[in-house]
Design a protein around this ligand. Structure first.
Ligand code: SF4
Length: 327
């Protein structure tokens, strides 16, 4: 087994892909072999990302009242989660969050916007916010947003949005189990359109929704095919009031989470592999191991779930022996 993943590491370093069965063997490795797996995969991370970690913050520009039924999401139309709901965060609050991040040399400001489809007026308002942020902080801006028309994509591009986050979330097979109001294919088509419009893409998924190990492999292969700049891997935080509040998260052992990050790194060696929501919950005490694979993390929370503060995140990165990078 050991030599098997060493072969995969070499293939990854040589820019070759590998089979679904080979990928599956990584996720099926016994827990006791995970430390050796991480040691083997670390040179791939080191080759492309050195020992640096990009830190981003995530602001929720529009919260709640989404028409969609994504089962894990506190902002879904059928969610009973106790969250703040608002149409637009006041601009001064968004600017304050951006300036705080800028003062601490955080590399990127990511902005979540609940909803799946938007009017041109909505997009025009978002574009105005982005222009203000660009003027005041000059930071790289990523919008996490639903389906856009080509014209709307152009409006955001012209406003200065550098990157768009649009996740696959899970495998094509499992997608209907987590959402009935839009399809996996619509997500893929939206991402392709955004790439044609010239955006960098951030595209990842959520582990722990009740999917199989095979689903995780299939999703990671689809992510590789999309060729995004950033691959965020979330680990389910079961939020009270959502359809996943009683989810069985016993499969999210630190070892399993680390194996998923390793496979993401092997399949997408040159990309930002981002350990996102749930890292604080499932990888506490394994930060060094996490950063030996992932080179990108969020600070200060995840839209509707709390996370580690910016200062604590920087402290954690340094204590693990890594530097945080400015992009
Ligand atoms: S994940 Fe996005 S599209 Fe799905 S319910 Fe939440 S805000 Fe709406």
């Amino acid at each position: 087994m050991n030599s098997n993943y060493k072969t995969l590491v070499q293939k990854s370093l040589d820019g070759q892909t590998f089979s679904r069965d080979e990928a599956l063997s990584v996720l099926n490795l016994p827990e006791a072999e995970v430390p050796a797996l991480i040691e083997s995969v670390y040179p791939v991370r080191k080759k492309y990302k050195g020992n640096t970690v990009a830190i981003q913050i995530l602001s929720n520009m529009r919260s709640g009242n989404c028409s969609q039924d994504c089962v894990y999401c506190a902002q879904a139309h059928d969610s009973k989660a106790d969250i703040q709901k608002y149409r637009m965060l006041p601009l001064d609050k968004l600017l304050a969050e951006g300036k705080t991040a800028q003062a601490k040399h955080i590399s990127r400001h990511c902005i979540g916007i609940s909803g799946i489809r938007f009017s041109d007026d909505d997009i025009s308002g978002i574009a105005d916010y982005v222009r203000s942020l660009k003027k005041e902080t000059g930071m790289e801006i990523c919008c996490s947003i639903g389906f856009l028309s080509r014209e709307q994509a152009k409006m955001l591009k012209e406003a200065g949005v550098n990157r768009i986050n649009h996740n696959l979330n899970t495998s094509r097979r499992f997608y209907p189990s987590i959402c009935s109001t839009h399809t996996y294919e619509e997500r893929i088509a939206n991402i392709k359109m955004l790439q044609e419009a010239g955006f960098e893409i951030c595209c990842g998924g959520i582990i722990g929704l009740g999917e199989t190990v095979e689903d995780n492999v299939d999703m990671l292969f689809d992510l590789r095919a999309i060729d995004p700049e950033s691959v965020p891997i979330n680990f389910l935080i079961p939020i009270s009031g959502t359809g996943m509040q009683d989810a069985d998260t016993s499969g999210l052992s630190p070892e399993y989470c680390l194996k998923v990050l390793c496979l993401a790194r092997l399949l997408c060696p040159q990309k930002d592999i981002r350990a996102t929501a749930g890292r604080e919950l499932y990888l506490k005490g394994y930060e060094k191991e996490m950063l030996m694979i992932a080179d990108s993390i969020f600070a200060s929370g995840y839209l509707t779930a709390d996370g580690q503060s910016i200062d604590k995140t920087i402290e954690m990165v340094r204590a693990a022996g890594f530097d945080y990078r400015i992009e």
